[in-house]
Write a protein that binds this ligand. Sequence first.
Ligand SMILES: C[S@@+](CC[C@H](N)C(=O)[O-])C[C@H]1O[C@@H](n2cnc3c(N)ncnc32)[C@H](O)[C@@H]1O
Length: 333
Amino acid sequence: MKNSNLRKAAREKNDEFYTQLVDIEKEIKNYKEYLAGKVVLCNCDDPEKSNFWKYFYMNFDLIGLKKLISTHYKPSTILDISEQAYKLEYDGKEIIRTNLRGEGDFRSEECVDILKQADVVCTNPPFSLFREYVKQLMDYEKKFLIIGNMNAITYKEVFLLIKNNKMWLGVDNNGTKWFRVPDHYDIATESRKKIENGIKFFSMGSVMWFTNLDNKKRHEDLTLGKKYNKTDYPKYDNYDAINVDKTSDIPVDYDGAMGVPITFLDKYNPDQFEIVGLGISNSGLDIGVRPYKPEHKKYRKEIQKRGAVDGDLYMMVNGEVEVPYARIIIKKK
Ligand SMILES: C[S@@+](CC[C@H](N)C(=O)[O-])C[C@H]1O[C@@H](n2cnc3c(N)ncnc32)[C@H](O)[C@@H]1O
């Protein structure tokens, strides 16, 4: 196989994991008012396997949906010609199955035509194509509720949407979620796999819902109980902000810029805080995070033997360079 095909196959393999009904239910119940009378599209969903299709099909009348559409992806690298990618549509009365002309790639012309008919897109898309997936939703001005990896927050384009309040996190982002995976799926860490009734599951603790549908949670204020002091909240060496290690430690009495973990977004209320930027690499440079001082860069690379990317926030702690994991810079409003 050509290298590009191998890469495609590896990616496809890692993208094959299925959301459980319980997780879908927990999230979607928060948005029923936005779904009533709407056309919902699940465009990375083999209806035979997808609980998104199952959830909307079972709750069609309860939610008051207008139409449900699901498209199935059947890539050509998998040497199985027994099945053609297809589309399933349900209007509350009958299910219509139509073969697609191509593979069911969400970016294909025929799938984009289907996207245009949808009011709300709801799925767990392939993580490897998350940037492109979100960009397409924004380009076509769609409402959406989708699952993604927490690290997607640090993608420049994704972060900008969050910063500009064009996209935010959903409600149920905490804890571990289990996903059904194909039997052949390799899972190296024992604690992250389980088999129940012969079905293999894989756990992930860092998946989040991303949406542009409003929810109550993002209007709730975060209760702040800690007071600022210089010892617990050191300043960065290369940016005028204090470092806060845990969202629950955000001091109530500090009005300047603060660097907080990306999980802060799960508690982010745009009426309470303003997002200034992301303190890593180019995103950091964009907001004025100063590049490493030469002696600190040298120390980081040669003594600590770690990456030293300009634009990353760092602190000096007892004469050593300390680089916290990705920080979002926020300010109280
Ligand atoms: C993370 S899985 C989730 C499946 C399903 N949405 C669910 O939540 O159970 C992502 C799915 O996207 C499909 N997929 C991968 N690349 C795709 C593409 N370019 N267009 C449409 N679907 C794709 C994969 O086959 C895979 O089933």
